[in-house]
Design a protein around this ligand. Sequence first.
Ligand SMILES: CC(C)(COP(=O)(O)OP(=O)(O)OC[C@H]1O[C@@H](n2cnc3c(N)ncnc32)[C@H](O)[C@@H]1OP(=O)(O)O)[C@@H](O)C(=O)NCCC(=O)NCCS
Length: 192
Amino acid sequence: MNVRSIDHESPRPFPPGLAVRHPRASDHAALQGALTDWWGGQGGEAGAQQRRLLVPRLFLQHFAGTSLLVEEPVAAGAEGGAGEGAELRAFLIGFLSQTDAETAYIHFVGVHPEAQRGGLGSALYYRFFDLARGHGRSRVRSITSPVNRNSIAYHSRMGFRVEPGDRGEDGVAVHTDYDGPGLDRVSFVREL
Ligand SMILES: CC(C)(COP(=O)(O)OP(=O)(O)OC[C@H]1O[C@@H](n2cnc3c(N)ncnc32)[C@H](O)[C@@H]1OP(=O)(O)O)[C@@H](O)C(=O)NCCC(=O)NCCS
């Protein structure tokens, strides 16, 4: 996979001082920690476990070229640095559809609570849009749970539209049992 296709300026630049790179399998533990801690306890331990299971190591092994991490460099010896050299601030797990040559898919995104509403999520999305375009994709898809109003608001701001569903919930089209009994989803699409 050609990661050099990240080569033109996104309309939402990353805040200065942060490093952006593709993930490696060795980032798995840090990502699992983020999935546990960054959602403010949403869904309790069961919710945290569900989030962790949504980002197994395979994404870092086989979808690294279309996934991104944002890190803040930490000075050696600084508190929290522990010699690691960088702290995870945000991530995006995405891939190119194997089935639909027009489509790229954003599977998961997260921003450190202290950095939320600071432009990292949108910078990651626009970087992924560039990547997808570089691979000839003309649309991006994503899904979320109807209860995740933050995600619905955020995707709307990012230019996604909600696809028609089989019912409405608080004004949003929902696909009932999309991922199994009781697992309703909202489906988003954005043209590139
Ligand atoms: C949702 C999330 C990925 C957004 O990333 P972010 O870095 O906070 O978002 P940005 O600062 O880039 O915001 C981009 C735009 O979306 C809007 N936005 C972001 N979160 C929003 C929210 N919760 N409600 C309404 N609008 C929101 C911002 O106001 C901004 O709009 P603008 O373009 O008019 O300025 C991040 O906040 C996050 O990880 N939240 C916690 C977990 C979560 O809810 N995840 C759902 C993932 S989809």
